[in-house]
Design a protein around this ligand. Structure first.
Ligand SMILES: *[C@@H]1O[C@H](CO)[C@@H](O)[C@H](O)[C@H]1NC(C)=O
Ligand SMILES: *[C@@H]1O[C@H](CO)[C@@H](O)[C@H](O)[C@H]1NC(C)=O
Ligand SMILES: *[C@@H]1O[C@H](CO)[C@@H](O)[C@H](O)[C@H]1NC(C)=O
Ligand SMILES: *[C@@H]1O[C@H](CO)[C@@H](O)[C@H](O)[C@H]1NC(C)=O
Length: 588
């Protein structure tokens, strides 16, 4: 056995070396990049704030691995998510399009997909970069969180599943950590459902009682069967309301390998190790390359799953511990690349899906991210804190090390960039909002492809930015802003996220104007008195917004009702519904 392992190791190193040498030859042989197709490793944190990372200025939290990635590669300081919550931001990331174009937004307050048993999700006719690279011969894998839908009509059509969107390997959580993974956690969503069921049970009980009284006093005609039926329905509603958490909501916390559920509910203490094992086996299986691996962390979203080794280590409570654990995971993954000799042939990218949540704060305990000097956070479509995230790229021998780029870039840029690197073509039959990053990264272009960027909150445009290239200013106007809690620092009421519309937002006409190049914290709104070009700037941006609007075409909104309500027949279940329990994992 030992012998076998040794010879395997030897073979592996031999292979890695050969591949490495070949790739190196290939790289140096080609004057342009067109001949070399790198492996692509995309790392995305969940809810991590830009101020949570050492290389972005945090000096109390330890993120040596992410910092190392930046030191060996380059750092984007104005890297912008297309939305300030998970589902739409991730849809935009994978398709290179504003989420409104694919319909991955709502217009009525459902910010993300609410359950696994909903029919909404990334439409089958959207094209992800994974799909294009797969067609170009890449092995494509997704490990971790998805949160872009699962089924359309039955619990096993998998129309929105990662395997239907260009990934040939999936291991992870189809949904998201929505606060129901730990028995002690009661999400708003679950509490709401229990309340509704409880009300139903009361109504039915009252109906049964009224019928019975009517019958006894001969005021109502009708059979006893009706009375008994109403009573039974009342009892069913009543018991369901007590078991819904344990049976149904909890059932959304599960892991899948390809299309099979492997663990429902998840045992959170071992998920980190399982994910890392999966990454390393994916890399080993595909080291002859090229591969595209998207590692989508469950960190640092609540409930902040943190193994014992990392608990109590950081000066920032459980949240800080969770970041340090994620950073360690990044290190483990980079080590795997190194061991396999793939470091020089792999483009590594690190980001977060959007800013940290300022509302996730209980008492003095921090459960959400820190967005540094930027105002606002998760859920706020316009303020920098919700959308400006870390963006780090490393590709030794190709990209310069240690460069910092301040140009506006978008997470949507990853789409055309990796498609280009993989030898594919971006689709021509639709609008792609991302821009190829390579010229900027290689230093052959001075500016990014974004003169303007739109900042949406659901389907509502809240703000827009203009990088005025001749003057160097980065202007931002806000048409709509959320109303903050009077004594909370740039945060809204309650535990949830700020709304995008309704009476809890303020409309600005004329819009609020900031110059981010002078005032990155958006602390001082400019006025025609303080800024002589106020009217010209607002007019120029408003014109760009109108031009942008003309490129939109109406599509069904996947996050609206009725695509975003729980449908029992769509609930993935590895037992007999509603008894969804199984464990097919072996301990890593
Ligand atoms: C570092 O991150 C922690 C965790 O989010 C935060 O509480 C702290 O304020 C940050 N420190 C700095 C200097 O940015
Ligand atoms: C997932 O499915 C693909 C085919 O769709 C297959 O190549 C791959 O091996 C499967 N992965 C696992 C872990 O079963
Ligand atoms: C990777 O590239 C660096 C130069 O950036 C070089 O020193 C190193 O030897 C290369 N490693 C391999 C395995 O080719
Ligand atoms: C996808 O299908 C929808 C109809 O369901 C349509 O409105 C939309 O334009 C299509 N998108 C693309 C990119 O073809």
């Amino acid at each position: 056995m030992l012998h076998l392992e040794h010879s395997c190791l030897f073979f592996r190193s031999w292979l890695a070396l050969t591949v490495g040498v070949l790739l190196d030859l290939k790289l140096s042989a080609c004057s342009s990049l067109s001949g070399s197709r790198p492996n692509i490793l995309l790392l995305m944190a969940d809810d991590l704030g830009i101020g949570d990372v050492g290389c972005y200025g945090n000096n109390t939290i330890r993120t040596p691995n992410i910092d190392g990635l930046a030191a060996d590669g380059l750092m984007l300081t104005q890297h912008i998510a297309a939305a300030s919550v998970c589902t739409p931001s991730r849809a935009a990331f994978l398709t290179g399009r504003y989420p409104l174009r694919s319909g991955m937004v709502s217009s009525n307050g459902y910010r993300v997909l609410q359950w696994t048993g909903v029919s909404g999700g990334l439409p089958p006719n959207e094209t992800t970069f994974a799909k294009i690279l797969k067609d170009k011969g890449y092995a494509t894998g997704l490990i971790g969180k998805w949160h872009l839908g699962l089924n359309c009509e039955s619990s096993d059509d998998y129309c929105h599943h990662p395997l239907s969107h260009g990934f040939d390997h999936f291991y992870g959580m189809p949904f998201s950590m929505m606060g129901d993974c730990e028995p002690w956690e009661m999400s708003e969503k679950r509490a709401g459902l229990e309340r509704k069921l409880n009300v139903c049970s009361h109504v039915m009980a009252l109906a049964a009682f009224t019928l019975a009284v009517g019958k006894l006093t001969h005021l109502v005609a009708g059979s006893w069967t009706l009375v008994i039926c109403s009573a039974i329905v009342a009892l069913l509603f009543f018991t369901t309301s007590y078991f819904v958490g344990a049976l149904i909501v909890h059932a959304d916390c599960f892991l899948m390998r390809n299309q099979s559920i492997t663990e429902q509910p998840m045992c959170l203490q071992r998920t980190t190790a399982l994910m890392l094992k999966e990454v390393s086996s994916f890399v080993q299986r595909n080291k002859q390359g090229p591969f595209l691996l998207f590692v989508s962390f469950l960190h640092v979203h609540t409930p902040l799953i943190t193994t014992k080794n990392f608990r109590g280590r950081s000066p920032h409570g459980l949240y800080g511990d969770n970041i340090e654990e994620m950073d360690w995971m990044v290190g483990q993954i980079l080590d795997t690349l190194d061991t396999e000799g793939l470091t020089n042939s792999t483009l590594v990218y690190f980001t977060s899906d959007h800013g940290g949540s300022l509302e996730a704060q209980f008492g003095n305990n921090q459960y959400g991210g820190w967005n540094g000097i930027y105002k606002g956070g998760k859920g706020m479509g316009g303020w920098e804190g919700g959308i400006r995230v870390p963006g780090i790229l490393r590709w030794p021998t190709v990209l310069p090390a240690g460069r910092v780029i301040h140009e506006p870039t978008s997470l949507m840029d990853v789409f055309p960039t990796v498609v280009q690197l993989g030898g594919g073509q971006v689709p021509h039959d639709r609008v792609i909002d991302g821009r190829d990053l390579l010229p900027l990264l290689l230093g052959t272009a001075q500016h990014s492809g974004h003169e303007f960027l739109m900042h949406y909150c659901e389907s509502f445009l809240h703000a827009a930015r203009w990088h005025q290239r001749d003057g160097g200013a980065v202007w931002k106007v806000h048409y709509v802003t959320p109303m903050f809690h009077p004594d909370g620092a740039s945060a809204c009421y309650g535990r949830g996220v700020c709304p995008c519309s309704g009476d809890k937002v303020a409309h600005h006409d004329p819009p609020l104007l900031f110059d981010l190049s002078r005032d990155p914290s958006e602390a001082h709104a400019l006025t025609p008195e303080t800024e002589s070009s106020f009217h010209q700037v607002v007019e120029r941006i408003t014109k760009a917004v109108e031009d942008h609007r003309r490129t939109l075409s109406p599509v069904p909104l996947q996050l609206d009702m009725p695509n975003n309500i729980w449908k029992p027949w769509l609930q993935p279940c590895c037992g007999r519904f509603p008894l969804c329990w199984c464990d097919r994992e072996t301990d890593p």
